[in-house]
Design a protein around this ligand. Structure first.
Ligand code: KIV
Length: 271
């Protein structure tokens, strides 16, 4: 990355330039001020306030229960922390499907109340009317195809999507549709690497993969997975860069033991 690009705020145009020049895009989730500050300082290009907050922050089994108010709260915390990255906020389940006017109203609330830069929503032809309406208000939209966790009860499992020809063809069609509608980027979740490569090549807008192989224009991971805080979640696509579950457990055990033994606080730690 050039020094000028490192210092400049990331915009949707930056991502298009990065695709055009073959520079990989990095995206990570964040849901709170403290970690968002670290992630932004670490040089990530896009911070996603993902509805995975429903799982990793709130302890739900799916992304379905998280509300628009809760997403706005997480987005506000992240916005306060970030200087450089583009901040994208997931539109939660029930805030955009089936009614394009409601989709626009939800997107406007996210932008006005959080100060984020863009929204993301799941689906292709089913939601394109909502996408167009949101875009007509000048709000940038990121698409999300492949495994779309808000439809988990339709899919039944979290296994790889679009392995069959018909679903792969729909993914390519939906990608074109979202590009034509004006989306600035599309996330591909858990699809075959070859399909992601073909789709990425056929688009002028960038694609960001999670479990979609190396040929997407960028990659995204859930921060808590990358840090090894969520130690029971072990999909093949996940690379853990730390084992924080073990490290935090051992720090807590040491603290408990020090307090119980009278070792903490010592004289230097007292007034
Ligand atoms: O909510 C989320 O974290 C996401 C990513 C997995 C792309 O949508």
């Amino acid at each position: 990355m050039s020094v000028a690009r490192k210092a400049r705020k990331v915009t949707t145009h930056t991502l298009l330039e990065m695709k055009a020049s073959g520079e990989k895009i990095t995206m990570l989730t964040a849901y709170d001020y403290s970690l968002a500050k670290i992630v932004d300082g670490g040089g990530v290009d896009v911070i996603l306030v993902g509805d995975s907050a429903s799982n990793v922050m709130a302890g739900n089994d799916t992304t379905i229960p998280i509300t628009l108010d809760q997403m706005i709260y997480h987005a506000q915390c992240v916005v306060r922390a970030v200087d450089r990255a583009l901040i994208v906020v997931d539109m939660p389940f029930g805030s955009y499907q089936g009614d394009s006017k409601e989709a626009l109203a939800s997107a406007i609330r996210i932008m006005k109340e959080s100060g984020a830069h863009a929204v993301k929503l799941e689906g292709g032809s089913e939601v394109v009317e909502g996408v167009e309406r949101i875009l007509s208000a000048g709000i940038p939209v990121m698409g999300h195809l492949g495994l779309t966790p808000q439809s988990i009860y339709k899919f039944g499992t979290y296994t790889v999507r679009a392995k069959e020809e018909e679903e792969a063809a729909k993914l390519i069609e939906d990608s074109k549709l979202l590009e034509q509608a004006g989306c600035f980027c599309i996330v591909y979740e858990k699809i075959p690497a070859e399909l992601a490569a073909e789709a990425s090549k056929s688009l002028t807008i960038p694609t960001i993969g999670i479990g979609a192989g190396p040929d997407c224009d960028g990659q995204v991971l859930v921060l808590h997975d990358l840090l090894g805080i969520t130690h029971e979640f072990n999909p093949r696509f996940l690379r853990r860069y730390m084992q924080l579950y073990d490290e935090i457990t051992s720090a807590v055990q040491n603290y408990v033991s020090d307090v119980r033994s009278g070792d903490f606080p010592n004289e230097d730690e007292s007034y």
